[in-house]
Design a protein around this ligand. Structure first.
Ligand code: MIC
Ligand code: SF4
Length: 644
């Protein structure tokens, strides 16, 4: 039987396990990436593993998230990452070089290789046929040390794109349509592969928009074949020798096939506060807009920016709108400056930001109270912009730009022909902001600022686990609810004790206080708990507050791995109706916890007793035997030590 694209890459990198959907496999990682807001923790953990030099083919440490420097914290963390990278053989992408995913696909990604990144949008490099997966910092630290990356073998979903996009319909609309169909939990446990004649007309940046936002499906990753389009892109990046052709066999078997006729797609929008809350732009036409943000790792390529500049040329941004634009990388920024497109943006009144995540993660440009903000980002989670009452809508750069000019949403279909931009034959290549690690690292001293505080490490799982229910939460709780990130909190990513005081506060402001008063306990969540970011802080902050187990209807992949890596039990209700029976501050109890967790790896249920209400209920812990031992040891760091 033939193989899918990802099955081919996985089998070429397989270290252990059988490639049957759902069983645990481990693979060799060729490349890693970190960014600064998860990177500080990842490097502290890498140092704790005590391996002198990375063992990957390539590891890059990017600075792109914590770019506002309103105190010493972020600059200190930049210095720590720069020096720790130099010490351990890691390339350092300086602040100003761009958003990790945009730079990585331009300069480093290789079709057919594996990439593990401490950021959930790492799958962006699937746009050039790389198997690129987002993970928690600790998993990335282990991979940097040459250790295998463990994952559950995903199911295979094929999305067949047929025909060509109509004018004004874009790659953003393709992924918004996929999100509408599959929903934010529809991709959990799956890899999404793109196929069909429609992909021939999609450039690498367009493909990358789609694989990037595949993270919002909860998918393990998304991937396109590596073909002529990929070859031309790599050639234009001066990297022709990195090209390898890669496609699925014609008799490859998929667990699920979704067909999309591109010619029927019209401009789409994801309404607040979920990326799958998708309708046609025509349905919100006329909505008054306060802010427009163009950029982020989703739509910040040169092609995106040139379209924006063409639409802005000779126009003025509407009086009531603040338009901010952040080009995705130095390459993009530089080329915009050289061809004059940047001048068109500036002349129109756009506020140009440096190449960074910026508004996407609430690092500045928080909109006004109750604002309507149109963004080309990939996430519109509640309060993520830094203004809880703001309403963020996700759209293509074209729809965003037209709204910035008109002051209200307009359906571009009524705006004549869209600008036609073609891919340049060669990009401007200047990697002078990528610092190579020295051959001799003896002289290098790792510089640690005062903001770096010891992170919590769990202890061995006790025989009996008990505690009160500290929070009762609904479906689709995101990592932005669990560990909010904005300009005020992001500087404290290396200070978990400080962050813990904000844990879950967007959903339940009293949670940290309640957790402390009760010396920790249990969190109860709904479906798809922990969707979104790879931030380990969403496990570390609860750990700091003494959380022992999280019981939900279902988990998002990366967050569940982060809970296990930190020794917090991830349990799901065997009978979903038990979710409705629990009330806040009920006393829960798991007896014989070690034994029960070992049996859980053999598909047995874990019994939890509700002492307050006097009943027991069954839960499932979907783990491998290895993960059971990690949980019993009190997390991956402790477990690794037991291996000697
Ligand atoms: C995000 O988009 O939510 C982030 C910020 O990039 C996160 C990483 C983080 O929390 O630092 C992600 O996507 O993993
Ligand atoms: Fe940065 Fe936003 Fe992309 Fe996350 S989603 S990497 S915050 S630009």
């Amino acid at each position: 039987m033939g193989q899918t694209i990802s099955q081919k890459i996985i089998s070429a990198h397989l270290i252990s396990g059988s490639m049957e959907a759902g069983s645990e496999i481990s693979i060799l990682i060729d490349q890693t990436l970190t960014q600064d807001s998860t990177g500080t923790m990842a490097y502290l953990q890498f140092e704790a593993i005590d391996i002198p030099k990375v063992k990957t083919k390539l590891s890059v440490a990017y600075i792109d998230h914590n770019m506002l420097q309103s105190g010493f914290e972020n600059a200190d963390d930049h210095k720590y990452i720069q020096t720790v990278a130099a010490k351990h053989g890691i390339r350092f992408s300086k602040p100003g070089n761009g958003v990790c995913h945009q730079v990585h696909i331009e300069r480093f990604g290789i079709p057919g290789d594996t990439l593990l990144g401490s950021d959930s949008h790492t799958p962006t490099c699937g746009g050039i046929g790389m198997l690129a997966i987002g993970a928690g910092g600790l998993d990335v630290a282990v991979a940097m040390g040459g250790g295998p990356y463990y994952l559950s073998m995903p199911k295979m979903t094929q999305v067949v794109l047929k025909g060509r996009l109509a004018p004004w319909a874009t790659a953003k609309d393709i992924i918004l349509e996929v999100l509408r169909v599959m929903t934010v939990k529809g991709g959990v446990g799956k890899i999404v592969e793109y196929a069909g004649d429609g992909i021939d007309y999609l450039s690498v940046p367009e493909r990358a928009t789609i694989t990037n936002m595949g993270a919002e499906l909860g998918a393990t990753t998304s991937i396109f074949p590596s073909d002529e389009v990929t070859r031309k892109f790599l050639e234009a990046q001066g990297r022709a020798s990195d090209y390898v052709a890669l496609s699925a066999d014609s008799d490859a078997l998929y667990d699920e096939v979704i067909e999309i006729d591109l010619s029927t797609l019209s401009p789409m929008v994801a309404k607040p506060h979920m990326p799958d809350n998708v309708v046609k732009v025509s349905e919100i036409e006329g909505l008054k807009v306060d802010q427009v943000c163009i950029g982020s790792c989703t739509n910040s390529s040169l092609m995106d920016m040139l379209k924006v500049a063409a639409l802005l040329k000779g126009k003025t941004v509407h009086t009531d709108v603040s338009l901010v634009i952040a080009p995705g990388s130095k390459q993009v920024f530089n080329m915009l400056a050289e061809c004059g497109a940047l001048a068109d943006m500036i002349a129109a009144g756009a506020r140009i930001l440096e190449c960074s995540c910026g508004p996407c993660i609430g690092m500045g440009q928080s909109p006004r109270t109750d604002a309507i903000s149109l963004r080309t980002n990939n996430r519109n989670f509640y309060a993520r912009s830094g203004t809880a009452s703001a309403n963020v809508y996700l759209v293509s750069p074209e729809v965003a730009t037209l709204a910035a000019i008109e002051g209200r949403v307009i359906d571009p279909i009524n705006c004549g022909q869209p600008p036609v931009i073609s891919m340049p034959d060669s990009f401007l290549i200047n990697d002078n902001l990528v610092v190579l690690p020295p051959d001799d690292n003896h002289e290098i001293e790792v510089v640690r600022g005062p903001n770096i505080k010891p992170f919590p490490i769990n202890t061995r799982l006790p025989e009996n686990v008990s505690g009160k229910v500290l929070a009762l939460l609904e479906d689709n709780i995101t990592t932005d609810h669990i560990m909010p990130s904005n300009a005020k909190l992001l500087p404290y990513r290396s200070n978990v004790p400080y962050l813990a005081d904000y844990c879950l506060t967007p959903s339940d402001p009293e949670f940290p206080k309640r957790a402390k008063e009760n010396q920790g306990g249990f969190i109860i969540g709904g479906a798809n708990y922990g969707q979104g970011s790879s931030r380990e802080h969403a496990a570390l902050a609860p750990l700091q507050l003494g959380v022992k187990a999280v019981i939900t209807k279902s988990f998002a992949r990366i967050h569940m791995a982060n809970l296990i890596n930190n020794g917090i039990l991830p349990l799901t209700f065997a009978d979903l109706s038990d979710y409705d029976r629990i009330t806040l501050l009920d006393e829960l109890y798991i007896d014989n916890a070690q034994e029960q967790i070992r049996s859980a790896a053999k598909d047995e249920t874990v019994t939890v007793t509700n002492i307050t209400q006097g009943y027991s209920f069954r839960t499932i812990c979907s783990i491998s035997e290895r993960q059971a031992e990690i949980l019993i040891a009190g997390g991956l760091l402790n477990y690794t030590k037991t291996l000697g």
